[in-house]
Design a protein around this ligand. Structure first.
Ligand code: ADE
Length: 222
C-alpha cells in the first residue's frame, strides 16, 4: 500500500513515521508513506496557499490551485482520495478495514479556518475522527493512517487485531499479566486455570458485559 499525505505542516509527521509499528511497517516495505508540502505546489510567486474568504468572515481559506495540482500529480487509476474535515463521515474500525484494501490513498489535510469548497470535488471520501475541532487535519490523518497500517497483513500478529475492540461490535475483554496477585489485586482464577474453553467463554461474557455497560450504542441498545 502507498499513502500520500498533503499537508502544510510536514514536520508534524517526523516522529509518527520514525517510531514503533509505523516505522517497522515502512522498513519492512509493507507500506510507503510520503508526506507532501502543499506549499511546494503553489504557483504563487510567494508560495501563497490561502486567501481571504469571498463575502468576508474570519480567517484564511486554503486555495484550490495547490491542492488540485498536487492531487493531479499524485493520482493514479487506483488512487482513493480522502479529505480530512470535521464535516466528514465519522471514522471507525469498519472504515479502517475497508481502507486497508486500497492500493493507494491520497489524504488531504485541511487547515486554518477552512478550505475552498471546490476542493471537496477531489475527494472520494470525507472523514472526521470525531465531533471536535482540531487546528488541522494532520493529527486526524495520522489517526487514520495508524489504524489502517496496523491492519495490513504482516504488520502485527493477526491474532492481535482479531481480538481488537470494535470487531463484532464488542469492546475488548480484560487482560492481565504477571504477577497473579499485585498488592491484593488478583487475576481472575479462570485465566490461571489453563482451561481454554472456559477462558474463551469468560472473555466473551466480559466483552459483552463491558460493551453493555460502556457502549450500549454498539449493541443497538441505547
Ligand atoms: N480537521 C479539524 N478537525 C477535524 C476532525 N475532527 N476530523 C478530521 N479532520 C479535522
Amino acid at each position: 500500500m502507498k499513502i500520500d499525505i498533503l499537508t502544510l505542516f510536514p514536520n508534524m509527521y517526523d516522529n509518527f513515521l520514525t517510531e514503533s509499528i509505523i516505522k517497522r511497517a515502512i522498513l519492512d516495505k509493507k507500506v510507503t508513506i510520503n508526506i507532501h508540502n502543499i506549499r511546494d505546489y503553489s504557483k504563487d510567486p510567494h508560495k501563497k496557499v490561502d486567501d481571504y474568504p469571498f463575502g468576508g468572515g474570519a480567517g484564511m481559506v486554503l486555495m484550490p490551485q495547490p491542492i488540485f495540482d498536487a492531487v493531479a500529480d499524485l493520482r493514479k487509476d487506483n488512487s482513493y482520495v480522502i479529505l480530512m474535515t470535521p464535516q466528514g463521515n465519522t471514522y471507525n474500525q469498519k472504515k479502517a478495514y475497508e481502507l486497508k484494501n486500497k492500493k493507494h490513498l491520497i489524504i488531504i489535510c485541511g487547515h486554518y479556518e477552512g478550505f475552498d469548497e471546490r476542493i471537496r470535488t477531489l475527494a472520494d471520501l470525507e472523514l472526521s475522527i470525531g465531533d471536535y475541532i482540531l487546528t488541522g487535519g494532520e493529527l486526524a490523518s495520522m489517526v487514520v493512517t495508524d489504524s489502517i497500517v496496523r491492519l495490513i497483513d504482516g504488520v502485527i500478529e493477526t491474532d492481535s487485531h482479531l481480538n481488537d475492540s470494535f470487531n463484532n461490535n464488542l469492546l475488548d475483554y480484560p487482560t492481565y499479566t504477571r504477577p497473579a496477585d499485585y498488592n491484593g489485586l488478583k487475576v481472575p482464577d479462570v485465566l490461571l486455570s489453563g482451561h481454554h474453553e472456559n477462558i474463551n467463554k469468560w472473555r466473551y461474557e466480559q466483552s459483552l458485559k463491558r460493551t453493555k455497560e460502556r457502549r450500549p450504542d454498539l449493541l443497538g441498545e441505547d
